[in-house]
Design a protein around this ligand. Structure first.
Ligand code: ADP
Length: 581
C-alpha cells in the first residue's frame, strides 16, 4: 500500500526529469549550432570587412608613391599610370559602404559618411592630373599641391583601416577566448543532463527493486497460502485426490485418501481407484464439474460407499482433476437402521394395541372362570375341575400382567417429571423381563440392602424402559457369547445404593463385556453389534437422554467377566428410606 502511494510522485518526478533532460539536450544542441554559426559569421566578417579596408588603403599608398615619384621627374607614362591609380582608388571607395563587405564594415565605422564627401575631391584630382603635361615645368609643383588635397582621404582610409583592424583584433581575441574556454555552459548543461539521466536510472532501478520486492512478497504469500491449503486438505476428513486426466496418474492425495486406497502413489490400487472414479463419473468426468457416487472395493469383500464431486482444477500450473469423496458407508447403514427403527416403532404401536384388545377377552375368561368355580363349589367331586379352573385363572392373571406391561411400555411419556419410587419402577422392569430371563436361563439376583423407599424425579415409564433395555441387552449379550458354544453360567446382578447425594443403580452381568472398539461410542445413536433385524443401536442413546432428563448420569465399564452399567440419579427430596443412611 505504502509503495503504491509513493509511486505517483516518483512517476511525476521522473517524467519531469526526462522532460528537463530532453529540453536541456535540445538547448545544448541549439546553443552549439548558434555558436558555430556565430563563429562562422564572425570569421567571414573579419575576412571581408578587413579586406576591403586594406585594399583601399593599399591603393591609396600606391597612389601616394606614384605622386612622390612623379613629383621628382614627371613623365607622360607616369602621369597616365597615376590617373589609372587614382581611378582604381576611386573605384575602391564605394566598395567601402556599398558592397556586402562594405556594409559589414559600416557596422564598425561609418565609412559612407567619411568617404562619400571625399569622392568629389578625388574626381576633381583625377580630372586635374589627367590635364597635366609632362613637358610643362610647373607639373612637378602642381602634382605636389594636388597631392596635399588627398591627405584627408588618406587620413580617413587610415582611420577606417585602424578601426577595422581594432575590431578584427577584438573579434580574434573573442574567438580565441571562445576557443580557449571550452563551452562551459554546454558542459554544465550536459552535466545537468547526465545528472538527470542518472537520477532517472536510479529511480527506475529503485522502482524495479521495490516491484521485485513486491513480487517476491506476493510469491511468498502464495507459497504460504498453498502450503496452508495443502495442510487444510490433509486435515479434511474427506478423501481428496488430484489426478492427471490423460495418464490417470495421481499427483496428490491427502491422508484420508491414503488410508482408503494406499499411501504409495505407485501402488496399482490407485490405478483401480482412478478407473472406478472415471467409470462412476461417466459424462460428469468429462465436464468441468460433476457429482460422483460410487462403491469402491477396498479389499476383498469390503465395499466402501463414496459420494462427492469431480472437477477441473489448475494444480501445480497444470490442468488436472480434483476428486473429493466422503465415505458414506456408515450413513448408508445408519439409514437402514433408521428404517428398521421405524418398523420396530410401528410394531411397538401394534403390540400396545393388541395388548389393549386382549384385555377384553381376558376379563371375560376371568369372569367365566369365577362363575364356573361358584357353580362347582357346592358339588362334591368337583375338586379336580376346581384345581384346573384355579390354574386357568392364574394363567389369565399372568397374561393380564404381560399385556399391562406391554401397554405401559408403549405408553407416551408424560411431559411432567414427578417423584416416583425407584424400587417400584425397578421391580416392574424386572417383572417385565422375568419371563424372558427364565426362558433364557439367566439368574437375576437383586442384592440385599436394596433401599425401600427412595424417590427420584422423572418420568417413571421412561425409566422403566431404560431398565428393561439394560436387562434385555444383558440377555442378548449372553446369547451372542454362547452362540455356537455350550451353555455357560448366566448371571445378572442388580444392586442399588446411596452415595453422597445420589442413588446409584448397578446392573452387572458375566456375558463377556463390551468390546474395546464399541466402548467409546456405546451411547451414540446407531452403535450396535447386532444384526439389523435384531438391534437398532438406539436403546442406550435413548437411555442416556432419559437419565440426563432426570439430572443423572449413565456409564459403562467392563468388570470381571462382563459389563457393568451404572446409573446415578439425584434424590427427590424428602428422602425416605429405611436403609438410606
Ligand atoms: P441395540 O441393543 O439395538 O444394539 P443398544 O444401544 O441398546 O442398541 O446397544 C448397543 C450395543 O451395546 C449393543 O449392540 C451391544 O453390542 C452393546 N451392549 C449393550 N449392552 C451390553 C452388555 N451387557 N454386554 C455387552 N455388550 C452390550
Amino acid at each position: 500500500m505504502i509503495l503504491s502511494h509513493n509511486r505517483r510522485p516518483i512517476g511525476l518526478l521522473k517524467l519531469g526529469l526526462v522532460i528537463t533532460s530532453v529540453a536541456l539536450f535540445l538547448a545544448t544542441g541549439m546553443l552549439y549550432v548558434s555558436q558555430t554559426r556565430q563563429q562562422g559569421l564572425l570569421t567571414a566578417t573579419i575576412r571581408s570587412s578587413g579586406w576591403v579596408a586594406y585594399q583601399a588603403q593599399l591603393e591609396f599608398v600606391k597612389t601616394e608613391a606614384e605622386f612622390a615619384k612623379l613629383s621628382l621627374v614627371p613623365t607622360r607614362d607616369g602621369l597616365r599610370e597615376l590617373v589609372l591609380r587614382l581611378e582604381i582608388l576611386r573605384s575602391r571607395l564605394p566598395v567601402l559602404y556599398d558592397s556586402d563587405e562594405g556594409r559589414v564594415l559600416s557596422g564598425i565605422v561609418d565609412t559612407k559618411d567619411l568617404t562619400q564627401p571625399l569622392e568629389a575631391t578625388l574626381d576633381s584630382v583625377i580630372d586635374e592630373v589627367g590635364a597635366l603635361d609632362a613637358e610643362d615645368g610647373e607639373t612637378a609643383s602642381r602634382l605636389r599641391s594636388i597631392d596635399t588635397r588627398l591627405t584627408p582621404l588618406g587620413q580617413v582610409l587610415q582611420r577606417i583601416l585602424l578601426e577595422s583592424v581594432a575590431y578584427n583584433q577584438e573579434i580574434f581575441r573573442r574567438e580565441r577566448a571562445l576557443a580557449e574556454t571550452p563551452g562551459v555552459v554546454p558542459l554544465v548543461l550536459l552535466f545537468i543532463c547526465g545528472g538527470c539521466l542518472a537520477l532517472v536510472l536510479y529511480l527506475q532501478g529503485r522502482r524495479d527493486r521495490l516491484r521485485l520486492g513486491e513480487i517476491l512478497e506476493a510469491q511468498n504469500a502464495i507459497r504460504a497460502m498453498e502450503s496452508n491449503l495443502r495442510a487444510v486438505i490433509q486435515a479434511v476428513p474427506a478423501c481428496v485426490a488430484v489426478i492427471e486426466p490423460e495418464s490417470g496418474r495421481v499427483s496428490f492425495f491427502n491422508s484420508t485418501a491414503a488410508s482408503l486406497v494406499s499411501a504409495d502413489p505407485a501402488d496399482p490400487a490407485w490405478l483401480h481407484f482412478v478407473q472406478a472414479v472415471h467409470e462412476a463419473a461417466g459424462e460428469a468426468g468429462r465436464t468441468k464439474w460433476g457429482m460422483l457416487s460410487m462403491a469402491y472395493l477396498r479389499s476383498p469383500g469390503q465395499f466402501v460407499s463414496l459420494r462427492g464431486t469431480i472437477c477441473d482444477v489448475l494444480w501445480e500450473r497444470r490442468h488436472q482433476q480434483l476428486i473429493v469423496l466422503a465415505d458414506t458407508t456408515q450413513v448408508r447403514s445408519a439409514e437402514l437402521q433408521v428404517m428398521q427403527a421405524a418398523k420396530l416403532a410401528t410394531l411397538g404401536e401394534m403390540a400396545t394395541a393388541i395388548a389393549h384388545e386382549l384385555n377384553q377377552p381376558l376379563a371375560v375368561i376371568k369372569m367365566a372362570v369365577a362363575n364356573a368355580r361358584r357353580l362347582l363349589e357346592p358339588m362334591s367331586g368337583g375338586e379336580a375341575v376346581l384345581a384346573k379352573l384355579e390354574r386357568i385363572s392364574s394363567q389369565v392373571d399372568r397374561a393380564k400382567r404381560i399385556t399391562d406391561q406391554v401397554r405401559r411400555y408403549g405408553r407416551m411419556p408424560s411431559e411432567q417429571l414427578l417423584p416416583f419410587s425407584l424400587r417400584h419402577a425397578v421391580e416392574l422392569a424386572v417383572s417385565f423381563v422375568a419371563e424372558q430371563y427364565r426362558a433364557a436361563n439367566i439368574r437375576l439376583t437383586i442384592e440385599p440392602g436394596f433401599p425401600m423407599e427412595v424417590l427420584v424425579f422423572g418420568e417413571q415409564t421412561m425409566f422403566e424402559q431404560v431398565m428393561v433395555n439394560l436387562l434385555i441387552n444383558a440377555r442378548d449379550a449372553f446369547e451372542a457369547r454362547d452362540a455356537g458354544a455350550g451353555p455357560a453360567s448366566r448371571e445378572v446382578t442388580l444392586s442399588l445404593g446411596c452415595v453422597a447425594e445420589q442413588v446409584v443403580i448397578s446392573i452387572q452381568d458375566n456375558a463377556g463385556g463390551v468390546s474395546e472398539e464399541m466402548l467409546p461410542r456405546l451411547f451414540e445413536p446407531f452403535s450396535t453389534t447386532k444384526s439389523t433385524d435384531k438391534g437398532t443401536g438406539l436403546g442406550l442413546s435413548l437411555a442416556r437422554s432419559v437419565v440426563r432428563d432426570m439430572n443423572g448420569t449413565i456409564s459403562v465399564e467392563n468388570v470381571g467377566a462382563g459389563a457393568r452399567f451404572i446409573i446415578a440419579l439425584p434424590f427427590s427430596p424428602p428422602v425416605l428410606g429405611r436403609n438410606a443412611a
